[in-house]
Design a protein around this ligand. Sequence first.
Ligand code: ZN
Length: 221
Amino acid sequence: MMKCPRDGCGREAGDSGLCLLHDPSPAKDAASFQETLEREMARQEADPAVAAVDLRGMVAPGPLVWYRRVFPKAVDWGGARFLGEAHFFGAVFAQEARFAGAVFQAEASFWDAAFCGEADFSGAVFHGEAGFQIAAFQGEADFQGAEFRGPARFGEASFGGRADFAQAAFRGPVDFEGVAFQGEARFPPGLAPPVATSGGGRPAQAGWRGRLAAAWRRLRG
Ligand SMILES: [Zn+2]
């Protein structure tokens, strides 16, 4: 058996010389890819020797939908390419969520997602809409150098730690309406999003705590 040469992979390689997860061909079979991906995620999540689920550099040929999925471990999608839509709405990332340098070719939806550890989207490229509405970031949210080519929607998101958008490029509409920042927030010059405070129209603290509590209930249930 020929093994995939990608760093830390070692899965069986196909005709491309790479495994099904790393094969960059957009024409590869989406159903087989998804099945292989789900199996690989379950395997790494169950393996006590694996601290962070390693999906670096994978290439998803079609849409992925993980409605309210719980990611119990840190998960690393560094440098991954999502060629179809990527839906993580209501997902719970119990540990770090690493998307550094990931490329989303179509819509990326993290609507109502809960990031309980650090969320690293540094250098990520969003070609379609990036939806982070009412997402809850408990730890640091790192969007340094990220590029938003479509709409960047963060309406009513909560940032419990540092929110770093330094050197981020916003090329489409930007929505930070009603966002709650509880730590330092860094933005490119000229972009100063409105900040919700406890004295504003919306009880940011209560919403933040309520969502986290709900996320943890989902995680435990
Ligand atoms: Zn591989």
